[in-house]
Ligand binder design. Sequence first.
Ligand code: APR
Length: 305
Amino acid sequence: MDTVAVIGAGMVGSTTAQRIAERELADVILVDIVEGMPQGKALDLRQAAPILGYDVDVVGTNDYADIEEASLVIITAGVPRKPGMSREELVSVNSGIVRDVCEKIAEHAPDALVMVVTNPLDVMVYAANQYLGFGRHRVFGMGGELDAARFAYFVAERVGCSYSDVSAMVVGGHGAKMVPLPRYTTVRGIPLSRLLDSKDIEELVRRTIEGGAEIVSLLKTGSAYYAPSAAITHMAEAIIMDRGSVVCSSVMLDGEYGVKGSCTGVPVVLGACGIEEIIELELEDEELSKVQEAAAEVVRLSASV
Ligand code: APR
């Protein structure tokens, strides 16, 4: 059985631990700085096992030495945004947390793959790549897969089809610089433009870009965690089962999409070795320049840290 370490046992981290355990994907180590909290949540999750019938270990700890068995480390540690706040406003506080976490990963799990979830996502993926130096195939972000799920949900709701009939594609930043791609979004292979008019499609794109903020403003405290943990678990499964799944992930680009030395969301092949391939879509000029703008903003925001 693989071991996955989830750093940050808050809403996203603990829901991720629950999903991984319930799918029996891996043993889970839940790490947090708050004493007792990860231990309590892990105990609670273990006590659900006799009812739900899963047979994995879930351990809570405040000690990073306990992550040494982990082949995948998922970073959810950080502060979530408040209503009216952009993800970018979290840069300085969360980059300090991610730096601290990366130092511990480098010390205790130097061979692990690292999935970054902390926002602002692309800036944190960039920072984690700098701090860890593991190589870009081993350090990547979960953002686009969540955005694609949101886009797919909105499309299915509008078209009136099953959610699982929609295949959606979202590239660019995990935030205002997000680039949902209707041209690459289909309902069982049927192009979206055959099913909805352009005004409807534009509205769904707008709602997708605002998808996280809509939830933040409804919740009043904290941000989304059910769909984020579902997207994380989907990516963790691709790695643990070596599926070679095509997912949207934030990665360090090295010339792809005309971007070098910055991180943004693109489709990739994800398997046991991490990012196995970066897929270069044929984009129209406007789409490509939005992706490049998203990547340029990551470098700008990172310089302010
Ligand atoms: N090491 C470990 N855990 C930490 C550290 C650290 N250095 N610093 C903070 N944490 C923990 C907090 O104690 C808290 O339990 O991270 C957890 C964050 O949990 P929540 O506040 O519930 O936030 P959550 O909703 O889980 O979001 C976490 O994911 O989606 C992103 O924007 C979101 O950046 C945020 C992150």
